[in-house]
Design a binder for this molecule. Structure first.
Ligand SMILES: NC(=O)C1=CN([C@@H]2O[C@H](COP(=O)(O)OP(=O)(O)OC[C@H]3O[C@@H](n4cnc5c(N)ncnc54)[C@H](OP(=O)(O)O)[C@@H]3O)[C@@H](O)[C@H]2O)C=CC1
Ligand SMILES: O=C(O)C1=N[C@H](C(=O)O)C[C@H](O)C1
Length: 268
C-alpha cells in the first residue's frame, strides 16, 4: 500500500525536487501540493512545475484541498510551517518538516505538537549529513575537550537563514556530547580585536554565494594537527529522497517528535 503524500511549498527549490522524488518513488503516491493564494502557479500541473512533464495533479492553495494525504512534507518558511503544523495537528495528519531557522521557542512548539501527532523535524534530510552527526558525536567524545571546534557552512545566495539549520544542529550535537550549553558557547562570526580564542567556544562561519547547494565542515583543531569532517551536497535531490524516506517511515509512527536519526536507525 503506497503512502499518500502532499508537498507543501511545492513551487520552491526544494518543492520541485520533492514533487519529482515523490512521483518517481515506488512506495509513495503523490496526491498534491500547495502554493500561496497569490502565487503565479495556482492551478498549475505539479509535473510541469517540477520539469518532468504533466502528471495530471494541480496545485492547491489550502491544506483542506489536500486532506486525502496521509503525510505532509513541508519545506516552506518558518511562519507557514507553524501554520501547517497547527492544521496537521488539528486534522491528525503526520508532518515532515524540512524548513530551517526556528527559534528555541518555535522548536518547543513543534516538540509539543509531537504529544498529539507524529512529526519529524529535520534541518537536513540527506543520509550523509545524518551520518555526519553521528561522526561528530564520536569525534567530540574522543577529542572534543582539548581541540578548538569550529563549524563552517556555505549555501546559495537565496538562502534566508544563517547559520544553516544543519550547522546549528552540528553545534548542538557536539555541545550535547561535551556537556556544554550551545547558547552560552556559540560564537557567530568574528570581527575586530576579538582577543584569543576561548577554549570552550564553538565558532560558526557562513558563506552565501552563487548556487552552492550546501556544504558543511566541522573543524577539531589542535596544535600540530586538525581533523575536518565535511559534507557536500551537489544536488537537492539528495534532500528530497531523504524526505521520502522520512514520509514513508512516519506513516506508521505513533504520535511523537522525531528526527532523521529515528528514520535512519542511527539513534543510540
Ligand atoms: N531539511 C533539508 O534537508 C533542507 C531544508 N531546506 C529548507 O527548506 C526551506 C525552503 O527552502 P527552499 O526550497 O530553498 O526555499 P524556496 O523559497 O525556494 O521555497 C519555499 C517555498 O515555500 C512557498 N511558500 C511559502 N509560504 C507558503 C504558503 N503559505 N503556502 C504555500 N507555499 C508557501 C514559497 O512560495 P513563494 O515562492 O510564493 O513565496 C516557496 O515556493 C528553507 O527553510 C531551507 O532552509 C532546504 C533544503 C534542504
Ligand atoms: O536552504 C538550503 O538550501 C538548505 N538548508 C538546510 C539548512 O539550513 O541546513 C539544509 C541544506 O544544507 C540546504
Amino acid at each position: 500500500m503506497k503512502v499518500k503524500v502532499a508537498i507543501l511549498g511545492c513551487s520552491g527549490r526544494m518543492g520541485r525536487n520533492l514533487i519529482q522524488a515523490a512521483h518517481e518513488h515506488e512506495s509513495i503516491e503523490l496526491v498534491g501540493g500547495s502554493v500561496r493564494e497569490s502565487s503565479s502557479f495556482v492551478d498549475f500541473d505539479l509535473g510541469e512545475l517540477a520539469g518532468i512533464g504533466a502528471i495530471g495533479l494541480k496545485t492547491s492553495t489550502s491544506l483542506t484541498q489536500l486532506s486525502h494525504a496521509d503525510v505532509f512534507i513541508d519545506f516552506t518558511s518558518i511562519e507557514t510551517t507553524l501554520e501547517n503544523l497547527a492544521w496537521c495537528n488539528e486534522h491528525q495528519k503526520a508532518l515532515v518538516i524540512g524548513t530551517t531557522g526556528f527559534s528555541d521557542e518555535q522548536v518547543a512548539t513543534i516538540k509539543n505538537a509531537g504529544n498529539t501527532m507524529p512529526v519529524i523535524l529535520a534541518p537536513n534530510t540527506s543520509v550523509g549529513v545524518n551520518l555526519m552527526f553521528k561522526l561528530l558525536q564520536i569525534t567530540a567524545k574522543a577529542i572534543g575537550d582539548y581541540t578548538d571546534i569550529e563549524i563552517f557552512e556555505a549555501h546559495h545566495r537565496f538562502k534566508k537563514d544563517a547559520p544553516s539549520g544543519t550547522a546549528v544542529k552540528m553545534g548542538q550535537v557536539i555541545a550535547d556530547e561535551l556537556g556544554r550549553n550551545l547558547n552560552e558557547v556559540a560564537v557567530y562570526g568574528r570581527e575586530g580585536i576579538t582577543e584569543e580564542r576561548k577554549k570552550e567556544t564553538i565558532g560558526f562561519a557562513t558563506v552565501r554565494a552563487g548556487d552552492i547547494v550546501g556544504e558543511h565542515t566541522a573543524f577539531f583543531a589542535d596544535l600540530g594537527e586538525r581533523l575536518e569532517i565535511t559534507h557536500k551536497a551537489s544536488s537537492r535531490m539528495t534532500f528530497a529522497l531523504g524526505a521520502m524516506r522520512a514520509a514513508f517511515w512516519l506513516q506508521n509512527a505513533d504520535n511523537g517528535f522525531y528526527d532523521m536519526q529515528d528514520v535512519l536507525g542511527l539513534k543510540d
